[in-house]
Structure formats: C-alpha cells, structure tokens
Design a protein around this ligand. Structure first.
Ligand SMILES: NC(=O)c1ccc[n+]([C@@H]2O[C@H](COP(=O)([O-])OP(=O)(O)OC[C@H]3O[C@@H](n4cnc5c(N)ncnc54)[C@H](OP(=O)(O)O)[C@@H]3O)[C@@H](O)[C@H]2O)c1
Length: 285
C-alpha cells in the first residue's frame, strides 16, 4: 500500500476524535465514521464526521470500502462491532485495527476470517472528553498480522508517535501498567482531595493548592526518577508522623487503606528510614 490508505473510523468517542484529527493532519483521508443506529450515537458521529470531511453512517447501513478500518469502540464492543460489519464489505484487501490496551488482535477474528489483516494498536496516552492531546512522542503498543503491523507502524510514525512491539500474552499486564500511569493516578488525586476535606480545605480549593506540589513532583520524577523524587516522612524514617497520619485518617477509612497500601509499596520500592518500625506500624495500625 504505497499511497496513504483511506480510513473508516468506527466509534466517535474520546479516542476517535483525537486519533481521527491526527490522522487527517498527517494526510490520511477519513472516508466515514461508523456509529450505532441509536439517535444519539449517529448524532455524535455526524459531528465528528463534519470536522473530518467524512460521512457518518449507522453500522446497519454501512458499506465498508476503505483500505483501513480503525475500531475506536469500548473494549467490550470491539468483537461485536467487527461481527456487525463483517458482512458489509469485501475485507480481503482491508486492514482492521483496534486500540484496546488489554485485548489482542484476536478480537477482530470475524474480519480476519473474511480475509482482513488485523492488529491491535494502543496509544499509551489518556483521551478524555474535550481534550485532544498531541500524539507526538506517544508510545503505541502494536501486535497482530505482519502486513497490519507494518501499516500500523507507518501510520504511528506519520502521526509522530513511537511504535513498539508487544506480545499477546503481555497485553493484560501492559494495560495494568497503563492503568496505574493515568486512571489510578487520578484515583489517587481524588482520594487526596478527600483527605484535604478532613483538614478543613474544600475539595476545589484543595485542587488549586495541590497543583504546584503535584507539578514539581512530576518534574522531579522526570528529571531524577522515583527514588530521587521521593520526599516525606517515609524516606526520613519519621515513624511518629506516620502514626499520627494513620490516626487522623480513621475519619476517611478508604483513604487510610490507600495510604497504607502506597506506604507499603514505598517501603518495598523506594528509599526509607526506620524501615522495620514503619512496616510494623503499617501492618498493625
Ligand atoms: N480514552 C482513552 O484514554 C484511551 C486510551 C487508549 C486506548 N483507548 C481505547 O480506545 C477505545 C475507545 O475508547 P474511548 O475512551 O474512546 O471510548 P468512548 O469515549 O466511550 O467512545 C466509544 C465510542 O464507540 C461508540 N460505540 C460503542 N459501541 C459501538 C458499536 N458497536 N458500533 C459503533 N460504535 C460504537 C460509542 O458511541 P455511542 O455510545 O454513542 O453509541 C462512542 O462513540 C477502547 O478500546 C479503549 O481501550 C482509550
């Protein structure tokens, strides 16, 4: 496939919006955005399609004739969406991709059986409503059929991402890693806001007041790695302070559980003083 392949996007959610815009900027024509038949779904697909110079079509009426079909639907819908489109095109010369981090290219086996070549192509990036992060420098984990992987690598490079191979058996662990890196980091920040409330600080105020320390922490981590960025009572071995924290956190039991789990991880993975004493305090409260 020498020229830039024409692309159909299935789904019009957070990934689809960011990815399709990047593909178009990189010179890939977007033919269509495929949606479910329900009114809201098609309406959202139309909005996205309009910005891409594409047409929006319900899966039930779709006729796939693009060179490449990129499934940007929730993980639980990938195989269903693939099955629903299997009879709606000649798939023999088509490449089909999905972007699940946890699932393998086998989710697209209904299309592989029809002659398509398939791959999973997962950007290690977070896409939320209203944000379109740049894909420049974003690692993309890729596995699947040779020709699909080759094309996926070329496209990822064209959107200035960084393709890398992943084995099928590693995908679940890979995605658990990615989940720690963003969604669970946000869960930690949400927990942090709850703790601020017990200190008499409103949640919204807490966010503003925390941003400088969070930004500096991420900068320190980038520059010095985890050990070099680690400060606070655990690295100092300040057991009395940790005891005080555990006492006051009884007001927010879930946050206390998170604190204990993370402090235990710190004792395993990071520099710490009074390691044995802290371990005892964290185990017995
Ligand atoms: N968001 C991220 O940060 C991120 C990062 C990396 C990879 N991914 C992967 O990207 C994929 C999409 O995630 P997302 O976050 O973009 O999800 P999302 O925002 O919920 O969007 C999913 C889209 O798929 C549509 N859809 C659902 N079932 C469909 C079907 N059977 N046929 C056609 N369209 C269908 C939904 O439309 P309606 O509900 O309106 O019908 C919606 O437009 C997932 O595989 C996810 O693992 C996401």
């Amino acid at each position: 496939m020498a020229a830039k392949p024409h692309i159909t996007i299935v789904g019009a959610g957070n990934l689809a919006a960011a990815l399709a815009a990047a593909l178009l900027r990189a010179g890939y024509p977007i033919d269509a955005v495929v949606a479910r038949s329900a009114g809201g779904s098609l309406r959202r697909a139309k909005l996205l399609a309009r910005n891409l110079g594409a047409t929006a079509v319900a899966a039930s009426h779709a006729q796939i004739d693009s060179d490449l079909v990129w499934f940007c639907v929730p993980d639980g819908q990938i195989s269903r969406a693939a099955r629903s489109l299997a009879g709606k095109g000649a798939w023999k010369r088509t490449i089909a991709l999905h972007s699940s981090g946890a699932l393998t290219s086998d989710e697209l086996s209904a299309l592989r059986q029809r002659g398509a070549r398939v791959a999973s192509v997962h950007p290690l990036m977070t896409f939320v409503r209203g944000s379109r992060p740049s894909l420049a420098g974003v690692p993309f984990a890729i596995e699947g059929d040779d020709s699909a992987v080759r094309l996926a690598r070329r496209i990822v490079k064209d959107v200035r991402g960084q393709p890398f191979p992943i084995k099928k058996r590693d995908k679940a662990a890979y995605h658990a890693w990615g989940t720690f890196a963003s969604p669970l980091l946000i869960a930690l920040l949400a927990t942090t806001e709850r703790v601020a409330v017990t200190a008499g600080v409103h949640r919204r105020t807490a966010k503003q007041r925390m941003l400088p320390i969070i930004a500096q922490t991420v900068a320190n981590y980038a520059a010095r790695g985890a050990a070099g960025a680690f400060s606070g009572p655990i690295v100092r071995g300040d057991a009395d302070t940790v005891t005080k924290h555990l006492r006051v956190l009884q007001q927010t039991p879930l946050a206390r559980e998170v604190y204990i789990a993370l402090a235990k991880a710190a004792l395993e993975y990071l520099p710490a003083g009074q390691r044995a004493t802290l371990k005892k305090i964290l185990t017995h409260g």
